[in-house]
Design a protein around this ligand. Structure first.
Ligand code: HEC
Length: 133
């Protein structure tokens, strides 16, 4: 969407009053297309991503172990206690806008949480879930 002052004004007003997701979510199409090219069956599901988000890996590790249950709130690195900015694009506009960063952290975090890398389908589901917060 082109951010003319008019659309900004409309979106700003709508988001403030109605919390319209379209104004707040990141454009994750490039990421999702990439996962499809890597062999994901698709379509991607925020619900499936949400279930994976709360699935415990070994040692009860979950995505929420660091990012917390409410993605609009700051998280805390489970091992070091270092604060982590909220993951939800609705409160942190730069979230999910840099594919290289998303890839780097999904790789690292899936390994830490589940002891393996996530599949392209799982990554698309997780990103859809995060973007819906
Ligand atoms: C051990 C702690 C930890 C766990 C567990 C963890 N993360 Fe993260 N995650 C981080 C840190 C640290 C960053 C990078 C710092 C930042 O971006 O604020 C990050 C960044 C990310 C990003 C980059 C977002 C962006 O565009 O800026 C995504 C996506 C992400 N995590 C998803 C996940 C998912 C999905 C899981 C579960 C599979 C998960 N994380 C589990 C610590 C964790």
């Amino acid at each position: 969407m082109t951010k003319t002052p008019l659309t900004l004004a409309i979106c700003g007003g709508l988001c403030a009053s109605l919390l319209t997701p379209a104004c707040q979510a990141a454009d994750i199409q490039p990421l999702l297309q990439g996962y499809q090219q890597q062999g994901a069956a698709g379509p991607f599901s925020a619900d499936a991503g949400g279930r994976l988000w709360t699935t415990a890996g070994a040692n009860q590790r979950q995505c929420g172990s660091c990012h917390g249950e409410d993605l609009r709130q700051p998280g805390k690195q489970a091992t070091t206690g270092k604060p982590i900015e909220p993951l939800a694009p609705s409160v942190q506009a730069e979230r999910l806008t840099d594919p290289a960063k998303v890839e780097k952290w999904l790789k690292r975090n899936c390994k830490w949480t589940f002891g393996r890398e996530c599949s392209p389908q799982e990554k698309g589901d997780l990103i859809s879930f995060i973007n819906s917060r």
